[in-house]
Design a protein around this ligand. Structure first.
Ligand SMILES: [Zn+2]
Length: 168
């Protein structure tokens, strides 16, 4: 159990209902299915849609999913390749502002999400060989199963955000 995130989001998550003790294989499947799930949700939309109470538009959530997945892939690959350095946290709101998430074409964001899912799977394959985990300054020690569950939550939570915007 990731106590830091379970406390921050609730256990289960107060928003999306994610159970932090989810089976690892189920979490992996959720991440693998994410690009198709998002593409189905956004079909017929142009990405500029937003909703009251949500910080970002559809394109921005898809870009966040892609970037966040790629960042976790980088972290995992680094550890698998021998790094013992702790994870360097990033500010997702600052990254969104720097990249101009709200203006990114939905086609670009969706393509990027598929690519980042591939990066994640490649990093996962590297990490599996050495049973690699990560050390996060806020979340503590994250064995591989915990990293997988963090990505599973991101997928469920932001697909829920997108679903709320498009009314799915
Ligand atoms: Zn959630």
């Amino acid at each position: 159990m990731n106590e830091y995130l379970a406390t921050r989001y609730g256990s289960p998550c107060r928003g999306c209902g994610y159970d932090w003790s989810i089976d690892e294989h189920r979490a992996l499947a959720i991440v693998a299915e994410l690009p198709a799930r998002v593409e189905a949700l956004v079909a017929g939309h142009d990405g500029t849609e937003g909703a009251v109470g949500l910080d970002w538009n559809v394109s921005a959530y898809v870009s966040h999913l892609a970037d966040n997945q790629r960042i976790w892939a980088d972290r995992l690959a680094g550890a698998a390749l021998g790094s013992t350095a702790p994870v360097v946290p990033y500010d997702e709101a600052e990254l969104a502002a720097a990249r101009g998430y709200d203006g990114i074409a939905l086609e670009s964001a969706s393509w990027s999400l598929r690519r980042s899912t591939g990066d994640w799977e490649a990093a996962l394959a590297l990490a599996r060989d050495g049973d690699v985990g990560l050390r996060h300054p806020e979340q503590g020690d994250l064995p591989l199963g915990s990293v997988i569950r963090v990505l599973g939550h991101e997928a469920v939570h932001h697909a829920w955000d997108v679903a709320r915007i498009v009314g799915a």
